[in-house]
Structures are given as C-alpha cells and as structure tokens.
Design a protein around this ligand. Structure first.
Ligand code: HPA
Ligand code: ZN
Length: 332
C-alpha cells in the first residue's frame, strides 16, 4: 500500500507554505540574515516542538517564520517544499501563504509574493509540478487589516487563485470577515476558509462559511458531521473539504479518521492533505499512509481521495481531466 500511495498521482490543497519551513532551512536562513536561534541544532529545535492545541501550535509556527526576510528566502522556502512534493509525486498543489505574518513584522508584501511566485514558475518548468497560491488572512487580526491586505494584493491578482482564512479561530468567526470576502469575490478570487477541528462553535462557523459567506471550499471542516442539513448542502453544492489527519492528531485528540471515513461514505468530496508538514513531521504521502492504516482503505478508496482533490481544485476543466486521466491510467 505504501508503494501504491507513492506512485499515485497526488494533489495537495491544504498546505501552509510557512508550515513547510524545516529546521535545517531555518538555520540556513538565520545564518544568511545574521540572526541567532535559541537552539544548538535542528534536532534540538524539533525536540522543542510541543503543541496539543491550535494556539500552542500557532505560537511555534509564527516564531519559526521570523527568519524569512528577503525575496530569496521565500523562494527557497517554496522551492524546498515543491522539491519534496515532486519526490512524493504531488502533481499539483494549491499553496496557502500568510502575508500578514510577514507585513506585520516589516517584510513587504511584494517581497513575499515575488519570491513565492518565482519558485512556482521554476518548479513547473524544472520539476513538472504545477502550483497556485491562496492568500490567507489572519483571523485573529482586525478585519480592517485583512481588507487592506486584500487591496494590497490586487496588483498581483493574476498570481493568486483565491483567498483563505487561518490562525486562531476562537472568537474569530467567519462573519467577522463577511465584507472582506464579499470584496474578494467581486475581485474574482475563489473563496475558502479554515473551519478548524473541534473549535468552539465549530458547527455555527461552518454554517456561516457555507450559508452566509458562500465559500467554494472548506479547510478541515469535519465537524460538519454534527449537522445533517449542512452535510446535505455540501453534497448538493459539491463543496470539498481539505482534511489533514496527522495535523488533527497534533491539535485535537485524534486524526479524526472515523469522521473522514463517514464523509467518504456519504459521498462528500473529502481530501487528504498535510497542513504544516515541517511541524507535524508528515507530508501528504505520510498522511495518506496513516489514514490507510487507520481505516484499511482500499486502492480504489485511495484513488477516490485523489480524484476528489483534483475535482475540487481551482483549475479549468481540461486540466482537471488531464490529472484524472493520470489517476485512471495508474489504477488500471
Ligand atoms: N489552522 C489555523 N491556522 C493555521 C493552520 C491551521 O491548520 N496552519 C497554519 N496556520
Ligand atoms: Zn491549515
């Protein structure tokens, strides 16, 4: 099964580029930028990764990314991820970035997006991995800052497929960003947002995302199983869910494998992704292996998870069909 998963053409739809910053690259960027890190080695840094909920993870995540300063830093970050992705036979990725996590500490938006964009172009040419960017707003910052970031992104509109919402969900419901999302839609962005697992008011947040905001996709979202009517709505609208089993295991009590199984059985377009692989020590291959192991998934079910993913990408129909044909060729 491990080999079958390795050869399967894969799609990654829930991946924070800042969450791919491996300790080795952190040390390299710290050296380049003349910064001191409070660890003696990459191993020591990894050993200090201790989190058991979303806030404790986010603290380490934001601390870690402070070594990212220049355009080449962002290029190296994205290129490092895309190389790993290519090794795992990820054929296509939609990649989140958090501009406010950088602009809030003085790194210009332009520096962030130019570095990422250049890596995406090079990866497509050299590695054959295609990718697009999704700009996330930090929900624990004010809505006004999100709106300003949206306006700042407009000169780069063609480089960004859509917008997302991440960071600490507690007390930061989708409704807080209704005007920002309305404007994003007017500008032609596609819409997704995190509805993290087992958060306060999780089901109400999912309801707002679907019914009030009108998202095209939901990131995480397994708590939708607690509301039959919302499940029917995502089925009717074909809204996909980007689940992250190993991430779930780090920030909640479990991988939520049974919930993912239920969503699959209901016919919801559920997908398997890695979220923050440098912190959770698992890229998409390892996430699929873990879920396969927990649920005894068949080859057909594994292939279906990847079909779901290509189906809910923000690609034109002909590109989706080309990737789906790759899966069919592999499975047969
Ligand atoms: N949830 C919320 N914010 C995040 C995450 C996540 O899974 N990863 C990085 N920022
Ligand atoms: Zn996430």
């Amino acid at each position: 099964m491990k080999d079958f998963i390795a050869g399967l053409p894969k799609c990654e739809l829930h991946l924070h580029i800042e969450g791919t910053l491996e300790p080795e690259l952190k040390f390299e960027l710290a050296r380049r930028n003349g910064l001191e890190l409070p660890y003696a080695s990459a191993e020591e840094m990894r050993a200090a990764y201790a989190f058991d909920d979303l806030p404790s993870f986010l603290k380490i995540y934001y601390e870690g990314m402070q070594v990212l300063r220049t355009e080449p830093d962002f290029y190296d970050l994205a290129m490092g991820y895309l190389r790993r992705a290519a090794e795992q036979n990820v054929r296509y990725a939609e990649i989140f970035f958090d501009p406010q996590a950088h602009t809030s500490r003085g790194v210009p938006f332009d520096v962030v997006i130019r570095g990422l964009r250049r890596a995406l172009m090079d990866a497509e040419a050299r590695l054959g991995v295609r990718a697009q960017l999704i700009m996330c707003f930090l929900r624990d910052f004010q809505a006004e800052y999100a709106m300003a970031t949206l306006l700042e992104s407009l000169p780069y509109r063609e480089w960004i497929a859509g917008v997302g919402l991440d960071s600490d969900e507690k007390g930061n419901p989708p409704a807080k960003f209704a005007a920002v999302y309305e404007r994003a839609r007017q500008e032609g962005y596609l819409l997704t947002m995190h509805c993290d697992v087992d958060q306060d008011n999780a089901v109400e947040h999912i309801r707002q995302a679907i019914e009030d905001i009108g998202v095209d996709r939901i990131d995480h979202g397994v708590n939708i199983l607690e509301d039959q009517r919302l499940v029917e709505t995502v089925l009717a609208r074909g809204i996909g869910l980007t689940c992250c089993p190993i991430s779930n295991g780090h920030v909640t009590d479990s991988m939520k494998a049974e919930g993912i199984r239920k969503l699959m059985d209901l016919g919801v377009r559920v997908t398997v992704n890695s979220d923050d692989p440098a912190y959770f020590a698992a890229y998409v291959q390892e996430n699929l292996e873990a879920l396969q192991n927990a649920l005894q998934l068949t080859r057909q079910e594994l292939a279906q998870l990847e079909r779901n993913a290509f189906e809910i990408t923000w690609l034109p129909r002909h590109r989706k069909d080309a990737y789906l044909a790759e899966i069919n060729a592999y499975v047969s």
